[in-house]
Unconditional design. Structure first.
Length: 92
């Protein structure tokens, strides 16, 4: 993560961690991101949850409209990534 980790990214993550509830998240992320960006992130997180639940690529593509390329990329993150998805999914 050498290209990502810096003082500005740290500040962004601290800002996110300071949010107190879902409404504050909606307010902050609506200001920070476009609607499309938010929907893309929501879809990726949904795909990660579905893969973690054992759903197949075809089931996921049919239910949430994600491409098999997106599903494969998220599956790769689940298998070989930094465990970010697994950490969050395990907490909700």
């Amino acid at each position: 993560m050498p290209n990502l980790k810096n003082e500005n990214t740290d500040a962004l993550f601290r800002a996110i961690l300071s949010l107190k509830d879902v409404d504050e998240c909606y307010n902050f992320f609506t200001d920070l991101c476009s609607i499309k960006e938010l929907l893309d992130m929501e879809q990726r997180f949904t795909v990660a949850r579905m893969l973690s639940a054992g759903m197949t690529y075809n089931e996921i593509a049919e239910k949430c409209g994600a491409s098999t390329t997106t599903i494969a990329r998220i599956n790769k993150c689940l298998l070989y990534g930094e465990n970010g998805y697994k950490t969050v999914i395990g907490r909700i």
